[in-house]
Design a protein around this ligand. Structure first.
Ligand code: BGC
Length: 752
């Protein structure tokens, strides 16, 4: 498991000015000036519940033992060293039931209060059975896909001794350069919230003490997706309205769904790093949202307050983070080092320490760790079961997006005599897992099925050849001739291009987001042969592919599809699965358009090709190459019959049913995602030109039809203002229903 090295925290800043630090801790509030960033009622944090066992322990614990519970370390060595002093709350990134039981034994049998450790891991889209990356899951527009991943992952991980996953990641982002776009659900807060809630429920079930469940962790809190320039860890300067309307909704929904823990994010939020940001952690999360679980720092996030420039040294960092609301410190050790001193100096309070310890112990109680600290080593899941593989394959099929299909070239006939697979990703294994692949790539892990093997299995009668043509990011084109020869010799060519797993994920920002290396030229070389071909994309972010769009007759976006990737791709290529995924993020034409997203505000001069003085680029057509919500099928659909149950919605307690009819007008069964968007054309805070507020993925036989309905309430039409107050304003609301964010079927109602 790769981990970023801990930061060299040799900060040189002079001692921090206590007043400015307090201003930071107290929140963004004062920072905005002129009342622009004023908190709602700076809410008191809710008190976590009182559990008799936890209270009894707290009464017995020394300050040192309490601080020990706030420490999380990421290696076995660090764990053993901390346990030797009896000061450790949890361990992450150590795997294997026997190893974890051995560590647990030291905590339970070798420390004074016998408090069990909590074991965490980044189980992001699979443990032994990797599912498609979360961005792909967003493309399914099917929360059941996220739920299936979480359910399978929780069972496998818990049986391996893991209690706690650092998922779901729910950072909404408009930044395709940001590698971590792969880890979330894309650019829309409504979709991200639905997927996040499905994951929380899938991981946690009804009872996290169950041997098949995990405690989930909503991350990264908050606005991490706003990183300037898409460069990881970078600054985020955000208005309160955007913070609450765009970045916070998935977290709010996850807290409502009972998420056990939350992780702070690496970024600043309007000048105050999240790890020292009392407004977001204390006032919003623990106050307004009433979150009763615990907040874990991100990797060395507390210590990084020094390099951010909020703290002068480690003691300052701890004095900023704990009162702000970070309960557990990951990797860096400032709470255990300086906590007692800070308490003596009254820079932190006993109540703050007790509150953090209480929150952590409560999660340990709920996990059942006091009753069952050990895992049954005989039950460890070391390889994917047939059922888990089937679930992963099905999920991957549902995540794929057919971007283009002229001809149509796809699906390919199962009876095809010969297929040439071209592109080095055609035989890729672990790259198909994408970023954060559970147990990773080491010995004993299961490599994904390659595209070549998937095609061979799907078309057993065909001669299948493989020619790399080029590498993913090299410049050598000397393999093109062989690739062209293979294409000429085959009835059809499948060109597999895209990104390696390492090109997206954490610390994997790209300044250009086109196909790396000479892969685009490889596709052009195949086109030159004049033979039929299709392109399969394997990638962890939107790519700028206008040339590919012009060259290739068909493009299938497969993302990083997981352990059954090759089979899932072949399922779609040969029509066993009719693709029904939709883009959870806009695909720009060029990187210079970024940020480009469907849910943008209008300007006073919306783009107009006929008028120079409008909002556009001189050298590029306006709008994305493929819009949010776009995705084709092997059949066709008609959406009509838009109806509203009323024309007026009272701002208090109102409710309108919106329905539309979707008909499969083609010759084969398929899936359509009916999408509902709203627009508020006149509001005190200008509203996005469209906002997704409903979607439903339906499967219809050829000729079949279904009426899909959505219920709208004031919650759907309101928004947060720049005082973080939720407003429902009277006036017209426009409704759009269709199969992408470009939907044209429209109606309207009035909020009264
Ligand atoms: C990442 C988190 C992750 C943590 C623990 C950090 O670098 O930002 O998303 O959960 O490491 O592995």
């Amino acid at each position: 498991m790769e981990q970023p090295g801990s930061h060299d925290a040799t900060a040189t800043a002079e001692g921090v000015n206590r007043r400015s630090l307090l201003a930071g801790v107290g929140g963004l509030l004062a920072a905005g000036g002129a009342g622009a960033l004023v908190s709602p009622a700076a809410a008191e944090a809710v008190r976590p519940e009182r559990d008799p066992r936890v209270e009894a322990l707290l009464a017995k614990m020394t300050v040192e033992e309490k601080l020990g519970q706030l420490q999380l370390v990421g290696t076995e060595d660090a764990a053993r060293a901390a346990l030797a002093t009896g000061r450790l709350g949890g361990v992450f990134s150590v795997v294997g039931a026997a190893k974890l039981n051995a560590l647990q034994r030291v905590a339970v049998e070798g420390t004074r209060l016998r408090i069990p450790l909590i074991f965490g891991l980044d189980v992001i889209h699979g443990y032994t059975t990797n599912f498609p990356i979360p961005l792909a899951q967003g493309a399914s527009f099917d929360p059941a896909v996220a739920g299936a991943d979480a359910t399978v992952s929780a069972r496998e991980a818990r049986r391996g001794g893991i209690h706690w996953t650092y998922a779901p990641m729910m950072d909404v982002t408009h930044e395709p350069r940001w590698g971590r776009i792969a880890e979330g659900s894309g650019e829309d807060p409504f979709l991200a919230a639905r997927m996040a809630v499905a994951k929380v429920r899938g991981y946690q079930g009804d009872d996290i003490a169950s041997p098949d469940r995990l405690a989930a962790c909503a991350k990264h809190f908050v606005a991490y997706g706003g990183a300037e320039g898409g460069r990881d860890y970078n600054t985020v300067d955000v208005s309160l309205q955007r913070l609450h309307n765009l970045y916070l909704p998935p977290f709010k929904a996850s807290v409502e769904a009972g998420v056990a823990t939350v992780m702070a994010s690496f970024n600043t939020i309007s000048g105050v790093p999240a790890h020292g940001n009392g407004y977001v952690l204390h006032d919003v999360l623990k106050g307004a949202y009433g979150f009763r679980g615990f907040v874990v720092s991100d990797y060395t996030g507390v210590e990084e307050l020094i390099l951010h420039g909020l703290a002068g040294d480690g003691a300052d960092a701890a004095a900023a983070a704990l009162p702000a609301g970070v309960d557990m410190e990951m990797v860096s050790t400032n709470y255990v080092r300086y906590g007692a001193r800070l308490l003596a100096e009254r820079r932190i309070t006993r109540e703050q320490i007790d509150d953090a310890v209480r929150r952590i112990l409560l999660v340990k109680v709920k996990l059942g760790l006091f009753e069952r600290p050990y895992v049954d080593e005989a039950g460890e899941v070391k390889a994917p079961s047939p059922a888990a593989l089937a679930a992963s394959r099905q999920a991957a099929g549902r995540c794929m997006v057919l971007l283009k299909n002229d001809g149509p070239v796809l699906p390919l006939a199962k009876s095809v005599g010969s297929v040439a697979v071209v592109g080095s990703l055609g035989t890729a294994t672990y790259d198909l897992n994408g970023t954060w692949a559970g147990l990773g790539t080491g010995a004993g892990t299961t490599p994904p099925v390659t595209v070549v093997d998937g095609i061979k299995a799907a078309a057993p009668g065909a001669t299948v050849t493989y020619t790399a043509g080029c590498t993913v990011d090299g410049t050598d084109t000397s393999g093109f001739a062989a690739a062209q020869q293979a294409a000429r010799a085959a009835e059809v060519t499948v060109v597999v291009v895209g990104e390696t797993a390492a090109m997206s994920g954490e610390a994997a920002a790209r300044s250009t987001i086109d196909l790396p290396g000479v892969q685009e030229q490889l596709v052009a070389a195949i086109e030159e042969t004049g033979k039929p071909f299709v392109v399969v994309l394997v990638n962890g972010r939107p790519l700028t592919i206008p040339a590919l769009h012009d060259t290739a007759p068909a493009i299938l976006e497969a993302w990083a599809p997981g352990v059954q990737g090759g089979h899932a791709i072949a399922d779609v290529l040969f029509g066993a699965v009719n693709p029904g995924g939709k883009l959870p993020v806009s695909f720009p034409r060029a990187v210079g358009q970024v940020p480009i997203y469907y849910n943008h505000e209008n300007t006073g001069r919306p783009a107009d090709p006929a008028n120079k003085y409008t909002s556009k680029y001189l050298d590029l057509a306006s709008g994305p190459l493929y819009e949010f919500g776009h995705g084709l099928s092997y059949t066709t659909f008609r959406i009509d019959g838009l109806r509203l149950s009323a024309t007026r919605m009272p701002a208090r307690g109102g409710r309108i049913e919106v329905s539309a009819r979707v008909t499969n007008t083609g010759a084969r069964a398929g899936d359509e995602v009916v999408q509902l968007y709203l627009r508020d054309p006149v509001a005190s805070i200008v509203q996005p030109v469209r906002r997704l507020r409903g979607f439903e993925r339906v499967t219809l036989a050829a000729g079949a039809a279904k009426t899909v309905s959505f219920t709208l309430t004031p919650e759907d039409v309101g928004f947060y203002d720049n005082a973080a107050k939720f407003r429902v304003e009277p006036g017209e609301i426009q409704v759009y229903v269709g199969n992408s964010s470009a939907a044209t079927l429209t109606a309207s109602f009035t909020v009264t």
